[in-house]
Unconditional design. Structure first.
Length: 283
């Protein structure tokens, strides 16, 4: 992907990401819809004090944001956080590599992070290998997909994912689907499934789709394991790189020991398939 450095400076100069030297606050970029759910879950609570993650707006990527802030604090790095909202799916990695961002609020698959570890520190896992179980989401009008109850049934269907999401793509390839479509934009995947151009997509449990007049439902009683771990990544080229890396790992260790991490994702419904003993069709 070609990167226009002049355009980059123009777009992000308003952030003052460089000029502040990141010593007075931590800038975090986040997708607009995720930030809206983050505020909804907070409900004016302090994110550093939250221990109950239940709620209609709770989901995996919202939990990621809160746990990141809590890990930084518990690790001893207490700086105010400022959010910048927008569409950052394809830009965050470059921002991190250049040192314009300290850390990504959305965690990386380990296999993805390792590709750029020359520029990024990789935290201890926030979701360990084997813990990430995803659901099959389809249109509520797709009767064939909704009737699927086994790997053989799923193999008669088409799916959509992105080659940029290594664990998702690998799991989808291993299912042996009738057809697998590569689409890098999340909302575009949802639209393809909503309009029944594709039968299903993978997503974490308790993810929200009821926006932009789009509606997907989960295929009941079956799920798929994504065989990788997820991690926060920290820019090595940022002034706070070393202190943030140490703080996040220290915080994760403390929260892991106390059971806080598992409880947070469980509250959000992320472990629903495991807790309700749904069939993992790629075990």
């Amino acid at each position: 992907m070609q990167f226009n450095y002049f355009l980059f400076i123009l777009l992000f100069s308003s952030f003052s990401l460089c000029s502040q030297a990141a010593t007075d606050k931590i800038i975090l970029t986040v997708q607009t819809d995720v930030y809206e759910d983050y505020l909804c879950l907070l409900n004016e609570r302090d994110p550093l004090d939250i221990s109950d993650f239940t709620g209609a707006c709770s989901r995996r990527d919202v939990v990621d944001i809160i746990l990141l802030q809590q890990a930084l604090k518990r690790g001893g790095l207490e700086l105010p956080v400022s959010f910048r909202t927008g569409h950052y799916e394809l830009r965050n990695r470059q921002l991190l590599e250049e040192g314009f961002l300290l850390v990504s609020v959305d965690t990386f698959w380990l296999t993805e992070a390792q590709k750029v570890q020359e520029h990024l520190y990789i935290s201890e896992p926030i979701l360990r290998k084997g813990e990430y179980v995803a659901g099959f989401y389809t249109s509520p009008h797709n009767k064939k997909a909704l009737a699927a109850r086994s790997l053989i049934d799923i193999q008669q269907l088409s799916g959509v994912s992105s080659q940029n999401w290594t664990a998702d793509w690998q799991a989808m390839q291993q299912l042996g689907l009738k057809q697998l479509i590569d689409e890098s934009i999340w909302v575009s995947q949802v639209k393809l499934v909503d309009r029944q151009f594709v039968d299903f997509m993978l997503a974490p449990f308790n993810v929200g789709f009821a926006k932009n007049n789009l509606e997907l439902v989960i295929i009941p009683n079956i799920a798929v394991k994504l065989d990788d771990s997820r991690h926060y990544v920290i820019s090595k080229n940022h002034p706070l790189a070393d202190s943030a890396f140490k703080a996040i790992n220290t915080g994760i260790a403390k929260m892991r020991q106390s059971g806080q991490i598992h409880k947070a994702y469980s509250d959000a419904g992320f472990f629903y398939a495991i807790e309700h003993k749904w069939k993992i069709i790629n075990n």
